[in-house]
Design a protein around this ligand. Structure first.
Ligand code: AMP
Length: 634
């Protein structure tokens, strides 16, 4: 067994051979002759010239050895449904969906936008796109019409796949009206909308545009749709993520590099074995859902659990009951979910037989030590933090216990993963920080590894300018996270360097929320900041300058306006983006050149020192916020 340090070194210094070996973990129709083409940095092209297909690797490839084994396990505690699809059944469903999408005009290179709750048809749609070479763009079902409209306009999908409704905590959340409103707002119009009718909410169909899944699926019940062989560097999907501007970026990923990266990560990081069961509690609308609900486990020949519901309903034992029932070996969740469970009766952790479980992986936000200890003691298995981003598609920092078992350290996601040349640099000089304990920006030197984003959809310039030009004098990829490294090479992540916030593991742009709030007629100006929260990691706080404050004479009037503003955000962006509080001030803290001092506001909200305020235009603005936050009576 090589040491992990050697493994990592080889991945960078003997890149071609290392990745050619990893490429053998998947099936190719034409094997690649070269691993990395880095002739046009920073655009690394992986395995170009090789041809393969993600759906073939996730489904068809397993028919030979495990056709009757479980592939997709669907559990909904919202609609009380439970269904296991074998690889053979999944193969059939995916072909049906592929035939239906093709009949609606979707083909290679066309975009298909998927706006769906956590139901099997969402997975069929993703795999069907991969099968026919259509580019899927899954939009989180919790987003509302304006968020969806921006994504429709950017992706220009030929077909949209959606459903009548989702359900959360037993409450039906209709999707169709939000979709109709989004299409109305969008300057781009899709050719067809395919709708899964779950019987949860009435739907009005637009004649000529809207199609019923069940009817078309019947017509294509026996259709056979072979996999389209794609170049490894072709596009598999785009997924939108927030940045510092109000406009989300379409993170674009390839086919072959992604398949290899996932297959390798399942083996080296996630301790996967074909025939076992993987349970990721994420949502298909996020990158974790793409990589570790759908593609990763299936490529590894594992059964994957698709769970629709809350972690505490019908009770806080629901996830552990699934671990027992389906003999889950690897589980993946987020720190917030564990903090939610921690508030419940700890007896739930002991109620079920969890002996199948090898490890719990947590990602998406910083993992605090008390949470890590609580769950690790409760489950009696290692808890493995992993740090990554929508952009990377798989972990950047963690422990590759499948290569060499190594100790985790509380508070640290771990070591740079193979393929990643991770460094720390000084934010303003760009100088590399080599000494332990120095704080800097976490960057990645190119070429980026397989599976990493190829570019921003239709905007190479934005990819280069946003990610590769932010560090002075260096062409390196910036993660926009602060970090430090200890003497053993373990990294610690200290939060974002930009205006992105992380609420319950969900990444949100403060600018997007500000733009939405500004559309309320009585909002003249607004600043949104992320504030530390014991449960969700961070929550959004909004400070508004009203156009007309004359009506805001008492607390009741302020609460009314606060409620109205929250409703605007709910309707436009979705409840995930709703600020925890909206407070009213007469002016916002800005520099003399008019730049919002978000960091100073955040510091004040968190009870920290506001830092250097020499550039502030009017210090009373910050004082107003301090006064607002004082507990009553002080
Ligand atoms: P997303 O693209 O939504 O996955 O968000 C990525 C961001 O979440 C990163 O840039 C970090 O700020 C944060 N993040 C993800 N995983 C971790 C982790 N394990 N520890 C600390 N922060 C994390």
């Amino acid at each position: 067994m090589p040491s992990y340090a050697d493994f990592h070194r080889r991945s960078l210094q003997d890149r071609e051979n290392f990745w050619a070996e990893q490429a053998r973990l998947i099936d190719w129709q034409v094997p690649p002759q070269q691993a990395c083409d880095n002739s046009k940095p920073p655009f690394a092209r992986w395995f170009a010239g090789g041809t393969t297909n993600l759906c073939h690797n996730a489904v068809d490839r397993h028919l030979k050895d495990r056709a009757e084994q479980a592939a997709l396990i669907y559990v909904s505690t919202e609609t009380n449904q439970e269904r296991v699809y074998s690889f053979r059944e999944l193969h059939r469903e995916v072909q049906k969906m592929a035939a239906v999408l093709a009949s609606l005009g979707a083909g290679k290179g066309d975009r298909v936008l998927i706006y769906m709750p956590m139901i099997p048809e969402a997975v069929f749609a993703m795999l069907a796109c991969a099968r026919i070479g259509a580019i899927h763009s899954v939009v989180f079902g919790g987003f509302a019409s304006v968020s969806l409209a921006t994504r429709i306009e950017d992706a220009e999908p030929k077909v949209i796949v959606s459903a009548d409704a989702g359900s959360r905590g037993g409450k039906v959340v209709p999707y169709k009206p939000l979709l109709d409103e989004a299409v109305r707002l969008s300057s781009y119009q899709p050719q067809a909308v395919l709708l899964v009718d779950r019987g949860l909410a009435p739907m009005e169909k637009v004649p000529g545009r809207d199609h019923d899944w069940a009817t078309l699926a019947d017509q294509h019940a026996r259709s056979e749709v072979p996999c389209t062989w794609l170049d490894a560097a072709d596009i598999s999907y785009t997924i939108y993520t927030s940045g510092t501007t109000g406009r989300p970026k379409g993170v674009q990923r390839d086919v072959g590099g992604y398949a290899v990266a996932l297959a390798a990560s399942m083996k080296h990081i996630f301790l996967a074995k074909a025939g076992e069961t993987y349970f990721s509690t994420s949502d298909i609308g996020w990158v974790v859902g793409h990589s570790y609900i759908v593609y990763g486990p299936l490529i590894a020949g594992m059964a994957t659990i698709l769970y629709e519901g809350l972690p505490v309903r019908p009770d806080a034992g629901i996830w552990w009951s699934l671990v027992e029932k389906y003999k889950v070996t690897s589980m993946f969740s987020a720190p917030t979910a564990v903090r939610v469970l921690k508030k419940q009766d700890p007896a739930f952790l002991k109620k079920y037989n969890l002996s199948s479980l090898k490890a719990l992986f947590l990602a998406g936000e910083p993992l605090d030590e008390p949470t890590a200890r609580w769950i690790s003691d409760g489950l009696g298995v290692p808890v493995i933090d992993n740090y990554w981003q929508t952009e990377s598609g798989w972990p950047i920092l963690t422990i590759a216990n499948g290569v060499e078992p190594q100790a985790s350290k509380f508070g640290s996601p771990g070591l740079p993963m193979y393929g990643y040349d991770v460094r720390l640099v000084h934010e303003s000089t760009g100088e590399e920080l080599k000494e332990p304990g120095q704080k800097g920006v976490v960057v990645i030197a190119g070429p980026t590894p397989p599976g990493f984003m190829q570019t921003v959809w239709r905007d190479d310039g934005r990819y280069v300018d946003t990610y590769w030009k932010s560090i002075p004098g260096q062409e390196v990829y910036s993660t926009f996270d602060w970090g430090i490294r200890d003497a053993d090479g373990y990294y610690y992540i200290l939060g974002r360097t930009d205006d992105v916030i992380n609420v319950a593991g969900h990444r949100l742009g403060t600018r997007e929320i500000e733009e939405s709030i500004s559309s309320h007629p009585n909002v003249a100006e607004v600043a949104v900041v992320g504030v530390a929260d014991a449960l969700k990691g961070q929550v959004a706080m909004a400070f508004c300058v009203p156009r007309d404050a004359s009506g805001l004479v008492d607390e009741a009037a302020k609460l009314k306006l606060e409620g109205e503003i929250m409703k605007v955000v709910d309707e436009q962006l979705g409840a995930v983006a709703r600020p925890a509080r909206v407070r009213f001030v007469t002016l916002l803290p800005k520099t003399r050149s008019g730049k919002l001092l978000r960091r100073a506001i955040q510091a004040v909200c968190e009870g920290r020192d506001a830092g250097d305020l020499t550039t502030i235009e009017d210090p009373s603005a910050l004082q107003q916020i301090k006064d607002l936050l004082k507990p009553a009576g002080e």
